[in-house]
Design a protein around this ligand. Structure first.
Ligand code: AGP
Length: 615
């Protein structure tokens, strides 16, 4: 995913833009560039490779001005090269553009522009945008930056985030959002305004942000911003107060963002609960859900749609909502649900779980639910994201920015959000006794302390990783509410260490996977002291009998398991329903330490993006 930063104000734009791009580094990129307007001169610097190369260019050949745009590029069309890096400049040098997304019809536009005499300097799809803008500016838009950009944007197919700067419109930037090519946030300052593709880039300057929606165009100056639909209708958007602290968007003393985010989970879970659980009356309030008791009682099914780690979170939430709210829940992959022609009606609710709020498969599943008149909720971490805005009601994760591609704190916060949702639905539907409500609320109140204690197992996990990091295949086993944790533990390991790992319901072992077990395949069993413990012990014995290496997650004080497993990681005793939040932490740590030992790029694993905005 590319990164965009724009600035218009009274300060030196170069340093603001370069620092903003630095905060977007986690998105992965292969080149970077910046363009500033000083009086009527556009100055551009572009470099292949990391941002430090661009900083050196700017140091050697300074750029000046208080209006500018910058970009980090992840190559799609055209190799990583200086001439393919953004910003791209128009043929007569009046306009520069940075862009996220793919111009699906760029070849036909390229032919059309070439026929008009345009000479292309890059192999990118993006370049057609800046030439279209200049063409419209010269023919009829009278160099009106907003109008010429609007006309150009209306010619584009695909999803786009675009920011334009022109020497003919000093002190002005124009931004466009079409579909889901990542967000476009306008940061509101004092005598200065900012544009960014993601919150962390400008959070140190402002907490007040407006988020463009699909087919919006914004004209931004130092002291104003105006938003319209691409069709020309005026649009009013609420400004969001971003509560994230700027510190949480940097690594601090940690080696990787993922490591920081694992250790952030006691705080992030505290923030997820804060303001929603009345500790005195043991009640939950979720006003953003916009749900009446009558409507809650009318529901007869809930469908949870999500992808990857968020899907596994939904599998845990199913236990909560069925148990506390007596509401049938089915959980489906966004990528499957959107093509399933699902049965939904006014008594159905659909819950989308998405950290980024921009996952295209999840958004498409939401669209499907919308068409079928189901009540639409979302659980999101990214404020102002599409999934937050299109839902009838939402619950934010409040986990703070999650920079590492491998999701950790957002996963546990999304589980806690579903626990809160289940309690809230139970209250509204009258399916919870006051004693049960009190007990579940108390259990939740103690969760951050249990997470803090669990985080202390990091050194034990690091030692275990030193024994295991060279194995090529892993099996993760769990039962009941911890079966999704086996799935999540396997995903964490494979996505950052590139080791093959499978999560499996332990009861399924004898139906096939047990044929895999031998001394070359470590088996990780979630064997906490719950109603299924004896069955897990039996599975461990079966694996051991076949020469398997068994690592058990166990409840502190359990001595028997030491006679059964090769390695034991002890966890604090935790109420069953919340045990997934605790059990996942050593698995996150195990994946992290194994990946570090294997020299993998933990925060930006190969082939992966933090937000999958393309199919
Ligand atoms: C999780 O570690 C992965 N990076 C991936 O599976 C992720 O959970 C999935 O792409 C969904 O992302 P979302 O929550 O932002 O929708």
């Amino acid at each position: 995913m590319c990164g965009i930063v724009g600035y218009v104000g009274t300060r030196d734009a170069a340093s603001i833009i370069l620092d903003g791009l630095q905060r977007l580094e986690y998105r992965g990129y292969d080149s970077a560039g910046i363009a500033l307007l000083d009086h009527d001169e556009i100055q551009i610097r572009r470099n292949v490779g990391k941002l430090i190369n661009l900083r050196h260019s700017v140091d050697e050949h300074p750029v000046t001005g208080s209006t500018g745009i910058g970009h980090t590029r992840w190559a799609t069309h055209g190799a990583p090269a200086e001439h393919n890096a953004h910003p791209h400049i128009s043929m007569y040098g009046d306009y520069v553009v940075v862009h996220n997304g793919i111009v699906e019809n760029y070849l036909e536009l390229r032919d059309e522009l070439s026929a008009e005499g345009v000479v292309f300097k890059s192999e990118t799809d993006t370049e057609v945008i800046v030439h279209l803008i200049e063409l419209y500016a010269q023919n009829g838009a009278a160099h009106n930056l907003t109008e010429s950009t609007r006309k150009a944007a209306q010619r584009l197919r695909g999803a786009h985030a675009i920011v334009v700067l022109s020497k003919r419109s000093p002190g002005k930037l124009v931004a466009v959002r079409i579909g889901n090519a990542g967000g476009v946030a306008i940061g509101l300052g004092h005598e200065e305004n900012f544009i960014a593709s993601d919150i962390p880039a400008i959070l140190e300057h402002t907490r007040q942000m407006v988020f463009l929606e699909n087919r919006h165009i914004a004209t931004v100056t130092a002291d104003s911003y105006d938003i319209q639909s691409l069709g020309g209708e005026p649009v009013t958007l609420e400004a969001h107060e971003i509560a994230w602290d700027p510190v949480s968007a940097v690594k601090g003393e940690y080696k990787h963002f993922m490591q920081k985010e694992i250790f952030d989970q006691a705080r992030s879970i505290t923030d997820t609960i804060a303001g929603r659980l009345d500790f005195e009356h043991h009640t939950v309030s979720l006003p953003e859900l916009n749900l009446s008791a009558e409507h809650a009682r009318s529901l007869n099914r809930l469908v949870t749609v999500a992808c990857g780690t968020s899907y596994y979170s939904g599998l845990v939430g199913k236990f909560y909502i069925e148990h506390m709210a007596k509401l049938h829940v089915e959980v489906d992959y966004g990528s499957e649900y959107r093509y399933r022609d699902p049965i939904l009606d006014a008594q159905s609710a659909v819950l989308a779980i998405t950290q980024s709020g921009e996952t295209v498969d999840t958004l498409a599943a939401m669209e499907e639910a919308r068409h079928k008149q189901a009540l639409l909720w979302s659980i999101v971490n990214t404020i102002g994201s599409q999934a937050m805005r299109v839902a009838d009601g939402y619950i934010t994760m409040n986990a703070g920015p999650e920079i590492g591609v491998a999701s950790t704190k957002a996963f546990t916060s999304s589980i806690v959000d579903q626990y809160l949702l289940a309690l809230y639905l139970g209250q509204l539907r009258g399916t919870l006794s006051s004693e049960a409500q009190r007990q579940y609320a108390r259990d939740l109140a103690h969760l951050p302390e249990l997470v803090s204690r669990t985080l202390e197992c990091d050194s034990d996990v690091a030692e275990l990783a030193a024994q295991l990091y060279q194995y090529r295949d892993f099996l993760f086993l769990g039962r009941g509410i911890n079966y999704p944790i086996a799935l999540e533990g396997a995903l964490k390991l494979k996505e950052i260490s590139y080791i093959h790992a499978e999560g499996y319901p332990a009861g399924e072992m004898k139906h096939g996977p047990i044929a895999l077990i031998d001394e070359r395949m470590p088996v990780l069993a979630v064997a906490l002291k719950d109603a299924l413990y004896d069955k897990m012990i039996s599975q461990i014995e079966q694996a051991k009998a076949r020469g398997g290496i068994v690592i058990a997650l166990a409840t502190e004080g359990d001595r028997l398991i030491q006679t059964k497993a090769d390695y034991v990681l002890y966890l604090p005793e935790t109420p069953l329903l919340l045990s997934p939040v605790v059990a996942v932490i050593p698995l996150q740590m195990l994946a992290y330490h194994i990946a570090v030992r294997r020299g993998a790029d933990v925060d930006q694993p190969r082939n992966l993006a933090k937000s999958v905005t393309v199919e």
